[in-house]
Design a protein around this ligand. Structure first.
Ligand code: ADP
Ligand code: UDP
Length: 238
């Protein structure tokens, strides 16, 4: 597969066109950003670990019937993916209270959330990705009711699958962000990445933080934490 020119460079990845108009290459960079890129660093090896962890998770989800853009890993930091039109909604699924939920609503950190919460954020860097409601989504015509309903159900199914996947590996899935897109046939596909950059992952025993909060909160040792996540999830898909 020949990689052609970059079509988009984001905060953590570069998207390349290929000689097939239906396929893109995603290249995972070492750039780390937080608070909508107000905080920045380059953390050597982060891109490689995110690509490997994400590939493993997409393969696991695919083996459980979750259609996604993931085709295959091309190298340590590159994926071949189906090109989609990203729906500009970031879905956040929460099992335990943390981060912006606690700040915004004064909810006690670490409070269990059952059933899980699904939140919608408008994917717009220039507006700092504001939280919004389904009514805003329909008014802004970002997607129709049937599609949002399908995406929400899919997100909750992915949460069930990932909660048990991580739990079996000694990790608590606190919360995470998902993106979906439409392929050329109009199928809704899970897209982007699922990695410690976009999830909160805590060690089940010690509650040690194994995700990007290590960078957001200046805790250090981000790479050892991501390596430990990868070590626990590599191997046979089950
Ligand atoms: P951001 O745009 O938030 O800075 P990234 O640096 O991760 O994020 O850039 C990757 C971009 O590629 C994101 O905007 C994401 O929505 C988009 N993307 C992910 N998967 C696909 C895909 N299969 N087809 C088209 N775009 C995609
Ligand atoms: N998240 C993300 N991208 C974003 C915003 C959030 O991947 O642009 C993830 C984040 O890593 C966490 C979850 O979504 O796992 C919930 O994040 P939250 O709303 O608590 O925001 P934060 O505290 O990160 O500002």
């Amino acid at each position: 597969m020949d990689k052609k020119s970059p079509v988009y460079e984001g905060k953590a990845k570069i998207v390349y066109a290929t000689d097939d108009p239906e396929l893109f290459v995603l290249y995972f960079k070492d750039d780390a950003t937080a608070f909508n890129a107000k905080k920045k660093a380059v953390i050597e090896k982060k891109g490689e670990l995110n690509a490997k962890i994400s590939a493993r998770i997409f393969s696991y989800l695919q083996s459980h019937g979750i259609g996604s853009h993931f085709v295959k890993a091309l190298s340590d930091r590159e994926f071949l993916v189906k090109k989609v039109d990203i729906i500009p909604i970031e879905l956040v699924i929460r099992n335990i209270a943390a981060g912006s939920l606690c700040k915004r609503l004064g909810i006690e950190e670490k409070k269990a959330i059952c059933p899980p919460l699904v939140e919608y954020y408008y994917k717009r860097d220039d507006l700092d990705d504001p939280i919004f409601s389904p009514d805003h989504i329909f008014f802004m015509e970002l997607c129709d009711r049937e599609t949002l309903d399908r995406i929400r159900k899919q997100a909750l199914k992915i949460n069930d699958l990932l909660q048990s996947f991580f739990d079996e590996r000694g990790i608590t899935l606190v919360d995470f962000k998902l993106e979906f897109g439409l392929d050329s046939q109009g199928n809704v596909l899970l897209a982007d990445e699922i990695s410690p950059d976009g999830c909160r992952l805590w060690d089940k025993e010690t509650q040690n933080i194994m995700d990007k909060d290590r960078f957001r909160k200046d805790l250090g040792d981000l790479i050892p934490a991501y390596e430990e996540v990868y070590r626990r999830i590599e191997g046979d898909i089950s």
